[in-house]
Design a protein around this ligand. Structure first.
Ligand SMILES: Cc1cc2nc3c(=O)[nH]c(=O)nc-3n(C[C@H](O)[C@H](O)[C@H](O)COP(=O)(O)OP(=O)(O)OC[C@H]3O[C@@H](n4cnc5c(N)ncnc54)[C@H](O)[C@@H]3O)c2cc1C
Length: 321
């Protein structure tokens, strides 16, 4: 997971460098045939996109409207409209979430060259390394083999428990790069005599930013470990540490960037790009009010069914860490 931190340090656009990205859904839940088709290609560097979000709101995947109907030869034909889809042009395969003819939420691996797929790219303000926009499906065929094993909602939950820490580590890597840029620039200005002394306010910002980024990263490492171990609270930790880590990355970078002065406002400045990318991550892979809400609900529901009072629940989190 820390590989993604290093990738993010170089460029947040390197966010699926480690592992199979969304292709891990295919690796973990695909039929032998679908795994054989896609895993070697994904291992060789091709990308898997994920198509969940629809116009009615990405925070409500349970209300997915993209619908399959029975087609010829036991296939399903899927029709619908997915919005804000990343890797729109680059993905070799999409993990598509849709309703089966009997109304269940399911996921399938859909070849990006399949007839019936139409794309409308939309220029994004950040995370522009891959194309982004609308993916329309017009009677796209899905064979029995393409359908992933398990209920769509369970697949989503399991997948994002492991995927969100990777994204968060990438974002924190980007924020760490800004930290180093700002620190190096202040040191150089002081060393050259341009600044006779560094203001306390700048030093406080640096001290606070460093510990905030380090503790957010530690939380992310813990979430990743819980997910790898298949822990019962993996989804909770992946969601809460994603929301927290990306929030921390955004707020610390906003404060640090001020220490660069107007030079940090140039469009070609790497810090300005990182800020745009971090802004996109407030939405991509889960909007934060939904993620914090899910975590809050877990604590309340857990307290209803288990005896330990809140203090003991925090203690148990500390033991997990
Ligand atoms: C850069 C980027 C990349 C992305 N990549 C992908 C991708 O590859 N695949 C994919 O499927 N999606 C992708 N998304 C979409 C992303 O997952 C969604 O933006 C996210 O899930 C939130 O959905 P939404 O934008 O539709 O917001 P909504 O779900 O509409 O939420 C917007 C706001 O409305 C609030 N809200 C919702 N319901 C209510 C209510 N009943 N009452 C009051 N307030 C409410 C929410 O809490 C939130 O604050 C990407 C987004 C971005 C920005």
């Amino acid at each position: 997971m820390l590989v993604q931190f290093v990738c993010g340090y170089r460029d947040i656009d390197l966010r699926d460098s480690f592992g199979l990205g969304h292709g891990s859904l295919i690796a973990d839940h695909g039929s032998p045939g679908v795994r054989q088709k896609w895993i070697p290609r994904l291992r060789a560097g091709e990308l898997a996109g994920i198509a969940i979000t629809e116009c009615h709101g990405g925070s409500r995947p349970a209300e997915t409207r993209t619908q399959a109907v029975a087609g010829p030869g036991g296939t399903w034909l899927v029709t619908g409209r997915k919005t804000w889809i990343s890797r729109l042009n680059e993905a070799a395969v999409f993990v598509l979430f849709f309703r089966t003819p009997d109304g269940r939420l399911a996921a399938a691996a859909v070849d990006a060259t399949e007839e019936g797929l139409r794309r409308q790219p939309i220029p994004p303000t950040g995370l522009a390394g891959w194309a982004w926009g609308v993916l329309e499906l017009d009677a796209v065929p899905i064979r029995r083999d393409d359908v992933l094993d398990g209920s769509g909602m369970r697949l989503l939950r399991q997948h994002f428990a492991g995927y969100r820490p990777l994204v968060t580590a990438t974002a924190l890597g980007g924020a760490a790069a800004v930290f180093d840029t700002v620190t190096a620039r202040l040191s150089a200005r002081q060393f050259s005599g341009e600044l006779p002394r560094l203001r306390d306010s700048a030093l406080i910002t640096l001290g606070r930013a460093h510990v905030q980024l380090a503790t957010a990263l530690l939380g992310t490492v813990m979430a990743s470990n819980v997910a790898e171990a298949g822990g019962a609270e993996a989804e909770l930790w992946g969601a809460a540490t994603k929301a927290h880590g990306i929030d921390v990355a955004n707020t610390t970078v906003a404060e640090l960037a001020l220490l660069l002065g107007a030079s940090g406002f140039r469009a070609d400045c790497q810090t300005a790009k990182i800020r745009r990318d971090l802004n996109g991550l407030l939405y991509a892979d889960g909007i934060h009010d939904s993620l914090y809400r899910a975590a809050g609900k877990h604590h309340v529901d857990g307290a209803k069914t288990t005896v330990p009072p809140p203090r003991s629940r925090l203690e148990s989190a500390a033991r997990t860490a």
